[in-house]
Design a protein around this ligand. Structure first.
Ligand SMILES: Cc1cc2nc3c(=O)[nH]c(=O)nc-3n(C[C@H](O)[C@H](O)[C@H](O)COP(=O)(O)O)c2cc1C
Length: 202
């Protein structure tokens, strides 16, 4: 099959993207609204960008009515956010936090999740996430207007929290101990259970 995305409805393009680009890591983004409400939502159009400067990005598409999602609106308003990673035991709670709540309601409360204070930014992290990246907004790129319009939010990582319990002897996170989930298409997810080691390049 060969497809010209310009000929497809954006919903179809979305479905082809999310059913081919996988597994996708999940940024569980915590933000605080201008009125102080804690917000939490998962974003799987997410990746690390680089180490100089330490950066990552996530991509909140506009809502069907063309308005920005709360995570984007809050990150723009406060210039800060935290990206928490999602271990298997928190997968169901993560999914719950994708509910579209009003900006005055908190997904932390909905999913019964505890917060922990961040070290540098004023936005709390998810206490039970094994890894949290505290970020200051570096850049926001609006690539598309209106409903479904694509946005890129680039964060400069100003503090990293990595739970000691997931570290191996060399002081780095161990995939087995992290037990993170990735998103496939729709409601399908995966765990990093099937690994292989290619060894050194010949
Ligand atoms: C695992 C998962 C990954 C998601 N990834 C994205 C994404 O990359 N971009 C996006 O716009 N929405 C994504 N969503 C949907 C948002 O989480 C959802 O629209 C949420 O209500 C946004 O919340 P907010 O308005 O509080 O930011 C994802 C949902 C799930 C369950």
């Amino acid at each position: 099959m060969d497809l010209d995305p310009g000929e497809l409805h954006p919903n179809k393009v979305y479905l082809h993207l999310t059913r081919t680009i996988m597994p996708r890591p999940i940024a569980w983004v915590s933000t605080v609204s201008p009125t102080g409400v804690l917000n939490l939502a998962p974003y799987s159009f997410f990746c690390g960008v680089g180490s100089r400067p330490p950066t990552l990005l996530f991509c909140p598409a506009n809502r069907r009515d063309g308005s920005p999602k709360d995570s984007l609106a809050n990150a723009l308003a406060r210039q800060e956010f935290v990206v928490n990673l999602v271990p298997y035991p928190l997968a169901q709670q993560m999914q719950l936090t994708s509910s579209e709540l009003s900006p005055e309601e908190s997904e932390f409360e909905l999913a019964g999740l505890e917060t922990a204070d961040s070290v540098v930014v004023g936005v709390p992290r998810v206490r039970l996430s094994p890894v949290s990246f505290e970020c200051r907004l570096l850049q926001h790129l609006a690539l598309g207007e209106g409903p479904g319009g694509a946005n890129i939010v680039i964060g400069r990582i100003v503090h990293m929290h990595i739970d000691d319990a997931v570290l191996n002897d060399s002081g780095f996170a161990d995939p087995e101990l992290l037990d993170l989930v990735g998103r496939l298409g729709g409601t399908l997810y995966c765990r990093i259970r099937d690994r292989f080691d290619l060894g050194e390049r010949p």
